[in-house]
Ligand binder design. Sequence first.
Ligand code: CS2
Length: 501
Amino acid sequence: HIPPVGAGDPGGPRRLGRLGRAALPGLPPECRPALDPEALRTRVVHFGLGAFHRAHQAVWTEQAAARSGEPWGITAVAPRSPGTARALREQDHLYSLTERRPGGAATRVIAALTGALVLSEDAARLDALLADPEVTVVTLTVTEKGYHRAPGYAREGPVLDRAAPAVAQDLERTRAGGGGTRPTTVIGRLAAGLATRMRTDAAPLTVVSCDNMADNGAVLGAVVREFIAASGLPDRQTVLDRMAGAVAFPATVVDRIVPATTGHDLDRAAAALGVRDGAAVTGEPYRQWVLEDAFAAPRPPWELDGALFVPDVTPYQLTKLRLLNGSHSALAHLGLAAGCGTVADALATDWGAPLVRDLCAEIAPTLPPGGPDPTAYAAELEARFRNPAMGHRLRQIAADGSLKLPERWLPALRSLRAAGAATPLLELALAGWIHTTHPDRQAADPAAETLAACWRSHTEPEGTVRALLTALGASDLAEDTALTGAVAARLPALRAGRIEV
Ligand code: CS2
């Protein structure tokens, strides 16, 4: 449901039409898309129809198509909720992006999508696209939980959590009689689609993870291959052999702060466009995309819009994950303890900016050479986080902490402690996360029940800290008594809403 524009105005609501191709000529010129959407063909399939994709990869793809004249269009697939896909279909797959600058906003319609599917509803169309040789790129933004990694996988071998109920059920679906039924997870569907493609003409394809994980390409390649190997899909060995030569999984670093769209954002988009847009997104002006230059097949020339193709993304990836996402998570968990609502609120306190600066300085020695300068990066972060126009909710960032923190904080914490370095800011941040896992204050998390049980089964704080670190897959850190003691010692101040950087 999209509220009429100006529903709260004294003059009463104005009834507006809906965004779509027919509305394009009537838009203010600065709001029109970079190309004629009729010219696009589906050459890319994207999993994850969230705001981030619409404000990131889709923008580069639109620009790449506009500047090259090549018809690179994206059919995007919603893994679960059908709402956005339906809104986009009603709008001929057009939507607007509003860039929020501290001093104002700019709204423009993006013409990048050629289709919007729902994983459970559009099975045949999706399978046909994954097998289509014209489709040469698949991209994913499915968040950390979409990969179903086994807890602590890095130290044990297999990456895919075959015991996770959704994965186990999907594997079972591929074994059922009569050729099985279609898997319902993204990884299962992608695996089944790639298997069909490999069994037919084995046309080369690149599958690009755009989620915030170190080695995201290798992780995606591993879970897909492990799914195929453990499945009942036909000709598994042939499929895996052909994939080795025909399918690439490059690593990438994506960056743009994209808060969840609010009803107010929809109103403001409608006011700028003069038509309603049920799939509008907003984002900061800053955006970056760094990709490993290892594609197996033709791709959109994203470099025409400033994407960086490099032999090894690791220095960029670790800098972004540990400094940006690491301080984002610290601001989120500590900010919630202090009663702040948004990132800009946290930056407006006396501890917000020092936290970002000192945490980045603490983590910087763990970063490999070859990435951005950490001091300059931290200063730029502070300015991005201060942007008051963003309204980026801390609760959104605090969600799924149990999956985010093993990427963002723990590798740096391990390497600093192994080197005997002090880690006061990471300890404070961890205490912030522990504080927000309490059953009375819990942020959304797929491990919420396990986390709540850690509080119930321990009455003394250090025991709770140890149990929660173990739940993060960090039993090594749980045994570090200097660490658990220091983290526990931070909790009383947090309970009183005091952040002591
Ligand atoms: C944020 C990210 O919600 C979160 O966890 O840290 O979505 C962050 O805004 C993006 O990675 C920025 O590129």
